[in-house]
Design a protein around this ligand. Structure first.
Ligand SMILES: Nc1nc2c(ncn2[C@@H]2O[C@H](COP(=O)(O)OP(=O)(O)OP(=O)(O)O)[C@@H](O)[C@H]2O)c(=O)[nH]1
Ligand SMILES: [Mg+2]
Length: 332
C-alpha cells in the first residue's frame, strides 16, 4: 500500500483511488515523490496537453467540461487539472469547479484533479507539472489544464501545454487592461466565450485588432500595454484563430475541437511541437538546478548570514558580485 511504485502500477491499471493517492504523494514532495516521479518519467510524453486560461468567470470550467465531453465522444480518455492559485483546498472555487464539471465527473474515462497553492507559487507550478506527468504516465490521452490567467505563474503553467486556449468573455475583456497581462501572446487559439451575451461582438472586434500583429503602428500607438508580440518567434507560421463559443450550450465546441486539431497538426508538421517540448525541458531543468543550488547555499550559509548580506547590500557596503562570490565560496 505504501509503496509508491505499487501505487503507480495500480493507478495504471485503472484504480482511481490509487491514482488520487499517488497524486497527493507527488504534491507533497520529498523522497518518495522523487522516486515515484523518476519511475514514471519514461511512461510520459504521450498525452496531448491543452491549457485553458483566461480571466475569472470567463467560462473556463464550463468550456473544459464541454471539451472533455467532446473528447469522450471520440473515445479518448481525459485528465483535467484545475489550478486555483488562491483558494484553499476546501474553498468555494474548487467546489464550483466540481459542480461545473459534474457532467464529466461521473465518467470513468475522466479524472479531475484540483490544485491549490500551498506555499510558493513556484511550488504550485512544479506540483502541477508532476501531476500532469502522472496523468500522462497512467495513460490519459488528453489533459486539460485550467488556470486563471492572472499572474506570471499561471501564465507559465498554461504555457507548458501543447496548445494554449485563451478564453475571454464579453464584459470581462472589453478593455485592453484586462487583456494585457501577457495573456494574448501565449494564445494558440482565442475563444470569446458567452457569445450569447451582449457585447460579444465588441470583444471579438477588440481581440481581432489586438492580434493584427503585422501592424507595429497599432502596437506603438497604444504604448506598452499593446506589446503583444508573441513570445515564441518560432510560431510565426501560426495565426491564432479567434472563435466564439457558448460553453453552456455547446455551441462552437466542435469548431474549437477542430481548431485544436489543426494546431496539433501544425505543431507536428512544422517541427514547432518538438522545439517547444525541448525548450520546456531545458527550462524545467534550469529551474530545478537553480532551486536546488539555492536551497543548498541557503542551508550552508544560514539565515543569519544571508540576512547580514542583504543588510550590507541595502547599505551599499558591498556589491552584488561580491555577495555572490561570498555565497558561492566553498560550494564546490
Ligand atoms: N451565458 C453564458 N454563461 C456561461 C457560458 N459559459 C459559462 N457560463 C457561466 O459563467 C459562469 C462562470 O463559468 P465558469 O465555467 O465557472 O468560469 P471560470 O472561468 O471557470 O471561472 P473561475 O474558475 O472562477 O475563474 C457560470 O455561471 C457559467 O454557467 C456561456 O457560454 N454563456
Ligand atoms: Mg473555473
Amino acid at each position: 500500500m505504501g509503496d509508491p511504485i505499487a501505487l503507480f502500477e495500480r493507478a495504471r491499471a485503472g484504480d482511481r483511488r490509487a491514482l488520487a493517492r499517488m497524486l497527493s504523494l507527488l504534491e507533497e514532495g520529498g523522497e518518495a515523490a522523487a522516486r515515484l516521479s523518476a519511475h514514471l518519467f519514461p511512461y510520459t510524453g504521450n498525452a496531448y496537453v491543452i491549457g485553458i486560461t483566461g480571466p475569472p468567470g470567463s467560462g473556463k470550467s464550463t468550456l473544459v467540461n464541454a471539451l472533455a465531453r467532446a473528447y469522450r465522444d471520440r473515445g479518448e480518455t481525459v485528465g483535467i487539472i484545475a489550478v486555483d492559485p488562491t483558494s484553499p483546498f476546501t474553498g468555494g472555487a474548487l467546489l464550483g469547479d466540481r459542480i461545473r464539471m459534474q457532467d464529466v465527473a461521473m465518467d470513468p474515462g475522466v479524472f479531475i484533479r484540483s490544485m491549490a497553492t500551498r506555499g510558493s507559487l513556484g511550488g504550485l507550478a512544479r506540483a502541477t507539472q508532476e501531476v500532469l506527468r502522472a496523468l500522462d504516465a497512467v495513460g490519459f490521452q488528453r489533459i486539460l489544464v485550467e488556470t486563471v490567467g492572472a499572474g506570471q505563474v499561471e501564465v507559465d503553467i498554461a504555457r507548458a501545454a501543447d496548445t494554449v486556449v485563451v478564453v475571454q468573455a464579453p464584459g470581462l475583456g472589453d478593455d485592453i487592461q484586462a487583456i494585457k497581462a501577457g495573456i494574448l501572446e501565449i494564445a494558440d487559439i482565442l475563444v470569446v466565450n458567452k457569445a450569447d451575451r451582449e457585447g460579444a461582438a465588441a470583444t471579438l472586434h477588440i481581440l481581432r485588432s489586438m492580434l493584427s500583429l503585422g501592424q507595429p503602428a497599432v502596437i506603438r500607438h497604444h504604448g506598452q500595454t499593446m506589446a503583444i508580440q508573441r513570445v515564441e518567434p518560432a510560431t510565426e507560421g501560426w495565426t491564432p484563430p479567434i472563435l466564439q463559443t457558448v460553453a453552456l450550450s455547446g455551441q462552437g465546441i466542435p469548431e474549437l475541437v477542430e481548431a485544436i486539431e489543426r494546431h496539433r497538426v501544425y505543431l507536428e508538421q512544422s517541427g514547432e511541437g518538438e522545439a517547444r517540448r525541448r525548450r520546456r525541458v531545458a527550462e524545467e531543468l534550469a529551474a530545478r538546478v537553480r532551486e536546488r543550488l539555492w536551497a543548498r547555499i541557503a542551508q550552508r550559509v544560514g539565515r543569519a548570514r544571508l540576512d547580514g548580506l542583504v543588510d550590507q547590500l541595502v547599505r551599499r557596503e558591498i556589491d552584488f558580485s561580491t555577495a555572490v562570490e561570498q555565497l558561492l565560496e566553498g560550494l564546490g
